[in-house]
Design a protein around this ligand. Structure first.
Ligand SMILES: *[C@@H]1O[C@H](CO)[C@@H](O)[C@H](O)[C@H]1NC(C)=O
Ligand SMILES: *[C@@H]1O[C@H](CO)[C@@H](O)[C@H](O)[C@H]1NC(C)=O
Ligand SMILES: *[C@@H]1O[C@H](CO)[C@@H](O)[C@H](O)[C@H]1NC(C)=O
Ligand SMILES: *[C@@H]1O[C@H](CO)[C@@H](O)[C@H](O)[C@H]1NC(C)=O
Ligand SMILES: *[C@@H]1O[C@H](CO)[C@@H](O)[C@H](O)[C@H]1NC(C)=O
Ligand SMILES: *[C@@H]1O[C@H](CO)[C@@H](O)[C@H](O)[C@H]1NC(C)=O
Ligand SMILES: *[C@@H]1O[C@H](CO)[C@@H](O)[C@H](O)[C@H]1NC(C)=O
Length: 457
C-alpha cells in the first residue's frame, strides 16, 4: 500500500514536471544540439546570461572522450576584474605546435550556430594578447592567423551534415599558441537559412536568384537593432547580441526613431521570433520629415564597415510596419551599395494575411566593393502619396561568406588533443528515464498524448 501511494505521488510529480518541461519548450526555442563549453576549466560550470557552460575538462564531459594527450593547458586569470564574467576567467591554451580538436556529436543535421568567445588575459606563463592561431570548423577555415587584444565573440552559421563536427585550433607557427575561453555549438531553427528567395545583386546592379545559401558558411559581421537599444543574449531567442544603428547613420538628421509597445503579429510567409526577437521589430527608423530644409524626398542611409574587394556577403534586412495607421499606405525603395535592391516594397502584402506590424525579412547576397562599407539606404517610392511618404528599417544583419579551403587536409598529426563531449548532461537523461518508467506505469490505465521526441532525446 505504502509503495503504491509513493508511486502515485511520484507519477503525479513527474507529470507536473513533464508538463512544465513541455510548456517550457513550447515557449522557448530548444536546440536539438546544444553544447556550451567553459574552456580551460576542470571543475566549474559557469553561468553566462542564464545559460550554463560546462567545464571542458570535467569528468562528466570527458566520459566519452577518445583520448587526451598533451598540447593543451587549462589557464586561470590570476587577476580577474570584478565585472568580468566567470566564463571569461579561464581559457584553454593550445600549445605544442600541433592541432587541437574538439569533437561534437551531432544529433540533428542542419544549420548550426557556432560561437567562440575570446577574452585575452595575462598570466605568469602566457600573455593571451600575443596568441596567434587559426580555427577550422569542419573543413572550413573560419579564423585565419587570428589574434585579439580585446574581448570578442566570433559567430558562424554552418550547415552540418556529419555525425561528428570537428573544431580545430592550430597555432600559427611552431612557437605560437592559441586559446579560447568558451565555445557554443547549437542547432538553429529549421528555417533559419533557407535556399529560396535570396536575391543576388550582381556587379552590374541586376538582381537574380541566389541558390544554395544554406550550404554557405557565414561569419556574422554586424547585427543591428535599428531605432532600438542594445539587445543582449537575455533578450534574444537565440542568445544573440544586437547593437543600435546610430553610429552607422550617414546623416543622423534624416532618421527618426519609432517605437511601439504592441508585440508583433508573426504570420506565415513572414519572419519568426527566432529569425529576430520582438524587440527588433518593435523599433525602427523612419524618414525624419520634420526638417524642412532637407526637402520631401530623401533617403536614410547607413554605412556598415566590411572587408572590401569583392568579399561575398549575406545582407538580411528586417521590416515591420509599425509606422502606418492603416494598410496600403507605405511604399518605399531599398538600395544596397547604391543599387536598387527592392523597388516599391509594400509590407502590407508580404504575409499571408494583410496586417500591420507583421514582421518580414529578406536576404540579399552582395559582393563588397572597394569602399570598405556596405551602404544600405531606404527612401520613398514613386507610389507614395506626398502625405504618406515614408521609408523604414527595423533590423540589419550582415554576414560574410567563408570560403572552402584545402588547408585542413594534409595536416601533420603531431600532438592532437581530443575531447569528445557527451550528448546531454547525464542528469537530464536520468531524469527523463525515470519519467519514462513512471509514465509507462500510468499508461496502463490511460494513454498519454504522444510527446515530441526531439525535446526528450
Ligand atoms: C547527417 O547526414 C549525413 C550525410 O548525409 C549522414 O551520414 C548522417 O547519418 C546524418 N546524421 C543524422 C543525425 O541524421
Ligand atoms: C611566427 O610567425 C611570426 C609572424 O607570423 C613571425 O614573426 C615569426 O618569426 C614566426 N616564428 C617562427 C619560429 O617561424
Ligand atoms: C547547389 O545545390 C544543388 C541542389 O541542391 C546541388 O546539386 C549543387 O551541387 C549545389 N552547388 C554547390 C556549389 O554547392
Ligand atoms: C533585456 O533583458 C534584460 C534582463 O532581462 C532587461 O532588463 C532589459 O530590459 C531587456 N531589454 C529590452 C530592450 O527588452
Ligand atoms: C536639418 O537638415 C540640415 C541639413 O539639410 C541639417 O544640417 C540640420 O542639422 C537639420 N536640423 C535638424 C533639427 O535636424
Ligand atoms: C536614394 O539612393 C539611391 C541610390 O543611391 C538613389 O538612386 C536615389 O535617387 C536616392 N533617392 C533620393 C530620393 O534621394
Ligand atoms: C556541471 O554540469 C554537469 C552537467 O550538467 C554536472 O554533472 C556537474 O555536476 C556540474 N558541476 C558542478 C561543479 O556544478
Amino acid at each position: 500500500m505504502e509503495t503504491r501511494n509513493c508511486l502515485q505521488f511520484l507519477t503525479s510529480l513527474s507529470l507536473t514536471l513533464l508538463c512544465y518541461l513541455l510548456h517550457f519548450s513550447a515557449a522557448d526555442f530548444t536546440p536539438a544540439d546544444n553544447y556550451l563549453l567553459n574552456c580551460g576549466s576542470t571543475t566549474t560550470n559557469a553561468s553566462f546570461y542564464n545559460r550554463v557552460f560546462h567545464a571542458d575538462g570535467s569528468s562528466t564531459t570527458k566520459s566519452d572522450s577518445l583520448s587526451t594527450t598533451t598540447g593543451s593547458i587549462s589557464l586561470k586569470n590570476p587577476n580577474p576584474s570584478q565585472d568580468s564574467p566567470a566564463l571569461y576567467n579561464t581559457a584553454r591554451v593550445f600549445t605544442g605546435g600541433g592541432d587541437s580538436i574538439y569533437r561534437f556529436h551531432i544529433r540533428r543535421n542542419g544549420t548550426h550556430l557556432v560561437r567562440f568567445h575570446f577574452s585575452p588575459f595575462v598570466s605568469q606563463d602566457f600573455n593571451l594578447n600575443s596568441a596567434k592561431f587559426s580555427v577550422f570548423v569542419g573543413e572550413f577555415l573560419v579564423l585565419g592567423d587570428f589574434s585579439t587584444q580585446v574581448v570578442v565573440v566570433k559567430e558562424f552559421v554552418v550547415k552540418v551534415e556529419i555525425d561528428v563536427l570537428e573544431i580545430m585550433f592550430r597555432p600559427v607557427n611552431g612557437s605560437g599558441f592559441g586559446f579560447v575561453n568558451a565555445i557554443e555549438v547549437f542547432s538553429a531553427p529549421n528555417d533559419f537559412i533557407i535556399d529560396d528567395g535570396a536575391r543576388f545583386i550582381t556587379a552590374s546592379g541586376a538582381t537574380e536568384e541566389y541558390t544554395n545559401l544554406s550550404s554557405r558558411v557565414l561569419e556574422v559581421i554586424h547585427r543591428i537593432n535599428v531605432g532600438g537599444l542594445n539587445l543582449t543574449p537575455f533578450n534574444d531567442t537565440l542568445w544573440r547580441t544586437w547593437i543600435p544603428d546610430e553610429d552607422f547613420l550617414v546623416f543622423k538628421y534624416t532618421a527618426k526613431r519609432v517605437v511601439t509597445t504592441d508585440t508583433p503579429n508573426y504570420q506565415k510567409g513572414g519572419s519568426t521570433r527566432e529569425i529576430a526577437p520582438d524587440n527588433v521589430y518593435m523599433t525602427a527608423q523612419e524618414m525624419n520629415r520634420e526638417n524642412a530644409t532637407i526637402g520631401a524626398r530623401f533617403n536614410i542611409t547607413w554605412d556598415f564597415p566590411v572587408v572590401s574587394g569583392g568579399a561575398r556577403h549575406l545582407v538580411r534586412l528586417h521590416f515591420c510596419d509599425i509606422v502606418s495607421s492603416s494598410l496600403y499606405q507605405l511604399y518605399f525603395n531599398v538600395y544596397i551599395n547604391d543599387y536598387s535592391a527592392y523597388k516599391n516594397l509594400d509590407l502590407s502584402t508580404m504575409t499571408i494575411r494583410p496586417m500591420l506590424s507583421s514582421p518580414w525579412y529578406i536576404d540579399f547576397v552582395v559582393d563588397s566593393d572597394d569602399s570598405g562599407v556596405m551602404r544600405i539606404s531606404v527612401g520613398p517610392s514613386d507610389w507614395s502619396t506626398p502625405l504618406k511618404m515614408n521609408a523604414i528599417l527595423n533590423g540589419v544583419e550582415i554576414m560574410k561568406m567563408v570560403h572552402v579551403t584545402g588547408s585542413k587536409t594534409g595536416k601533420k598529426k603531431k600532438r592532437v588533443w581530443i575531447l569528445v563531449v557527451s550528448v546531454v548532461g547525464g542528469f537530464i537523461i536520468l531524469c527523463l528515464a525515470v519519467l519514462v518508467v513512471l509514465l509507462s506505469f500510468k499508461c496502463k490505465k490511460k494513454k498519454p498524448k504522444p510527446r515530441p521526441a526531439e525535446s526528450v532525446g
